[in-house]
Design a protein around this ligand. Sequence first.
Ligand SMILES: C[S@@+](CC[C@H](N)C(=O)[O-])C[C@H]1O[C@@H](n2cnc3c(N)ncnc32)[C@H](O)[C@@H]1O
Length: 263
Amino acid sequence: MKADYKNWVPKGMVYGLIAGTGALAAGYAVANELTKKAPKSVRVGTKAVLGLGTLVCGAYAVWSVAAHRQFSYQGKRQLSKQIVEGTAKYVNIPVGGCGLDVGCGSGALTIACARRNPDAKMIGIDRWGAEYASFSKQLCEENSLAEDVLNTEFRNGDATCLDFEDETFDAVTSNYVYHNITGADKQKLLEETLRVLKKGGTFAIHDIMSKGRYGDMEAFAEKLRGEGYEEVRLIPTDDGMFMTKKEATWMMLRGSCLLVGKK
Ligand SMILES: C[S@@+](CC[C@H](N)C(=O)[O-])C[C@H]1O[C@@H](n2cnc3c(N)ncnc32)[C@H](O)[C@@H]1O
């Protein structure tokens, strides 16, 4: 059995957008016939709404097909794999220690870190909600078995309020999770993740850390340094490290950045 990490742009979304575009286009054609004798304002208004809807939905459908291909673990680009493995390189766990992956999805980053740290353990937590319906705890466990990486454990959990004592883990990591949590203060989410990290433990957190989402991350990094954190670095990954600037722009990943360091 081969691991199946699914896709950050799920197939269901791609098919839904294609079907939606088809339905709107059909609606436009039907409305064109049915409103022939209707007053001009009704005719023009109906066609404008359905025509615009078709164009917008069609554009999203084209985008989703292209993004699905780029992210796919099977395809030529394998962007997700590169991001996950590139992030895992910063996760170092001492022998007998334990690391945490917040928002583990299909288990890719948890498993990549566990493979790199065979004498330690990785715990992956996720809330596995409706927005990423193809990800599940069972899928993570199956992927671990398929990869023959058995030093993993997966649990239900919420990134906004981690169910662990302060300073539980020797390393913490996360990839493309916090930007999904609408309404939350992203720096508070980082603090919640760092809360469960032991003194001396390493962190590697990758996300779209644009100013609009995260606020001033340089000031946040400086604050951590002031609190005694070491080797704190913000590493942009959207200008060649994980993706080109052009890819980051059209895939809506501008601002992608790794926050790494030691507590
Ligand atoms: C883009 S996916 C990334 C999955 C995984 N980190 C990876 O690199 O493949 C975002 C993940 O964040 C999870 N997530 C979103 N909000 C969460 C929350 N409040 N607590 C835990 N997980 C959350 C989603 O369920 C989803 O699995």
